[in-house]
Ligand binder design. Structure first.
Ligand SMILES: *Cc1c(COP(=O)(O)O)cnc(C)c1O
Length: 401
């Protein structure tokens, strides 16, 4: 069958008709364990009763009114995000890239209204991913994504990952901010050491720069804390959220301190759909669950169990898995074999995962997963690795002789 969808994705030939918790049912009637979670989106799994109720209840009241009017659901969600973070103020958008666009504009505007319009450059890091708009692509700096799309948006200085001396050297009179993900997700689940984040915070304070965190993938419980920055003990000035915040409903959010946001006055930014009542009702319902007292400790416990069991598998299959890494339930398996092969073999076991940079396979269970889902996944991963290892053996023996 020919498809009329723009062919920008290399899709697996697999579709789903419904889901429940950590499980998805394919149109062919097969059950899959979903550790892809729509790329770190479905934190509460599929068809969570509280999210379904929030969406259907709001759906019968009002869907959309635009930001020409007050939106009480948005005011409530913003207040709750601020109560539970460093932030004083929130702009709602519809995606991660849009949340990042707001963050970038805000950082530049801060300096402009402080009398330094030439301070617009932002330091970023290799392996970063900040979205697919023209500015966020420039921030991410990946050649393969920028090629053929005309002039690259100006104002980003990309540095190697994790070298504080190079950051010091790169700060100049035009530098406005430093932008980083607490854990690089698309880049291959590369965890930023807390000391590095602390050192960045210190540099920002010394030089009057804003620290901007892209927590689009790490935010809302994925790392075992509500936000990834919380394990480092330092707070940003601006932070982008999206993926998990809507639990599957498209939402983006840019959080900031009042000072960092001081330039963003009426008319400086906007979005037609951003913060609409449907999205906000679902976002509030996600927070109802994630902020519940026992929720994050449960995520931390599941993460420890999963990582222990994965470390055992790595020891048993050294020809397949090179390393287990990550933070909370943002887990990466660095593969010995091509990561795409591993994703395919996992899918053959009915386990859904996501490939990432650095030859990594991302395991992104819904945060509601527990011991039984971990046990199922470990069995599937073990079988897939055993099959790959068995296929490798003759080659290895031949090489040894
Ligand atoms: C997914 C992602 C984005 C982009 O989000 P979209 O909703 O696809 O625009 C930006 N930053 C990070 C860290 C992400 O993981």
């Amino acid at each position: 069958m020919t498809s009329h969808l723009l062919p920008t994705y290399a899709r697996a030939d697999l579709a789903f008709e419904r889901g429940e918790g950590a499980w998805l049912m394919s149109t062919a009637g097969e059950r899959y364990l979903d550790f892809a979670c729509g790329v770190a989106v479905n934190v509460l799994g599929h068809a969570h009763p509280k999210l379904v109720a929030a969406l259907t209840e709001q759906g019968q009241k009002v869907w959309h009114v635009s930001n020409l009017f007050r939106i009480p659901e948005a005011e409530r969600l913003a207040a709750r995000l601020c109560e539970n973070s460093f932030a004083d103020t929130v702009f709602f958008a519809n995606s991660g890239a849009e949340a990042m666009e707001c963050a970038i504009k805000m950082a530049r505007k801060f300096h402009a209204v402080s009398g330094n319009p030439d301070r617009y450059r932002i330091i970023t890091f290799e392996g970063a991913f900040h979205g697919r708009t023209l500015a966020t692509l420039a921030a991410g700096g990946q050649k393969k994504y920028l090629e053929g799309f005309g002039p690259v948006a100006e104002g980003f200085d990309q540095l190697p990952f994790g070298d504080i001396k190079l950051v010091k050297k790169a700060i100049g009179e035009n530098t406005a901010a430093i932008l980083i993900e607490p854990v690089q997700g698309e880049g291959g689940v590369r965890v930023v050491p807390p000391q590095f984040l602390k050192a960045l915070r210190q540099l920002c304070d010394e030089h009057g720069l804003l620290l901007v965190l892209d927590e689009v993938q790490t935010g809302i419980g994925r790392t075992g804390e509500l936000f990834g920055y919380q394990r480092s003990g330092v707070a940003p000035d601006i932070m982008a959220l999206a993926k998990a915040l809507g639990g599957g409903f498209p939402i983006g959010a840019c959080l900031a301190t009042a000072d960092a946001a001081k330039g963003m006055t009426a008319g400086t930014h906007g979005s037609t759909f951003g913060g609409n009542p449907l999205a906000m009702a679902v976002g509030n319902a996600v927070l109802d669950v994630v902020l519940d007292e026992g929720f994050l400790p449960h995520v931390q416990k599941t993460a420890i169990l999963f990582k222990q069991r994965l470390a055992e598998l790595k020891d048993r299959h050294p020809g397949v898995i090179a390393e287990v890494r990550g933070e909370g339930l943002l887990i990466g398996l660095r593969a010995v074999v091509p990561n795409g092969d591993l994703v395919s073999e996992f899918r053959a076991e009915k386990l859904l995962t996501v490939a990432a940079g650095d030859n990594v396979v991302r395991l992104l269970p819904p945060l509601i997963a527990g011991e039984s889902e971990v046990t199922e996944a470990i069995g599937m991963i073990d079988r897939a690795c055993t099959r790959i290892a068995a296929a490798q053996k003759p080659v290895n023996l031949g090489a040894a002789r």
